[in-house]
Design a protein around this ligand. Structure first.
Ligand code: GRF
Length: 207
């Protein structure tokens, strides 16, 4: 079972984009009572706002771009080594748009978590808000899960429900989901870091 070996717990956050989920974690970590600190932020591309947010907060960053490596395995190994160098208790994929390998997940077993802007197991993949809107569901939301080999299929840590409004567009719905997603992420990551967590079969228990 994963253990939290540091106080405060060490978070490595991986991003690909605007990094509002990262920002929510950075803000929460300012309170010592939160029990965690972001020790590094990694990305799979340069020039993203997520990296700029980390730099403004004085947090070390690294970029591992797939195109700069000979193979996907080489990229994944470089990413794994960079993450491992920061000795994370928890690796948070916060809008990170690449799949990591089984070797990566084994290196940080049950310590890699991801947020998805839909209520798993519905609407996996990159079109979560669009697929929910198209299907016509009346509620959707977000899911924090332990990453496994599938796409958005890992054990569920936390979920939050968001109502779909009649006039929603994909953008308006995703923006409202992101508000719920940030709150869910901060709450669950904080509790995991302060209380620990265990994974048994499909069930995740915090504390
Ligand atoms: C989030 O909704 C995340 O779940 C999805 O992309 C969005 C990333 O937002 N995969 P941000 O980069 O944290 O602002």
């Amino acid at each position: 079972m994963p253990t939290v070996d540091h106080t405060p717990a060490r978070l490595v956050v991986l991003v690909s984009g605007s990094g509002t989920n990262l920002q929510a974690l950075l803000d929460a970590c300012e309170d010592p009572a939160f029990g965690a600190k972001v020790v590094a932020v990694g990305a799979d591309r340069f020039d993203v706002e997520g990296l700029a947010r980390a730099e403004r907060a004085g947090i070390p960053t690294f970029v591992k771009q797939l195109s700069q490596h000979d193979s996907r395995d080489a990229w994944d190994l470089a990413l794994r080594r960079a993450v491992a160098g920061f000795e994370p208790d928890l690796v948070v994929l916060a809008g990170f748009m690449k799949l990591v390998s089984a070797d990566f997940l084994e290196a940080f077993e049950h310590r890699v978590v991801n947020t998805h802007p839909a209520l798993s197991p519905s609407f996996p993949g990159v079109r979560g808000p669009a697929d929910a809107l198209e299907y016509g569901v009346k509620v959707t939301g977000c899911t924090l899960f332990v990453v496994d080999a599938g796409v958005d299929t890992g054990q569920i840590i936390a979920q939050s429900v968001v109502e779909v409004l009649d006039d929603d567009t994909v953008e308006s719905l995703h923006e409202r989901i992101k508000v719920a997603e940030r709150a869910m992420l901060v709450d669950a990551v904080g509790r995991m870091c302060r209380e620990g967590w265990s994974v048994e079969g499909r069930r995740v228990r915090i504390g």
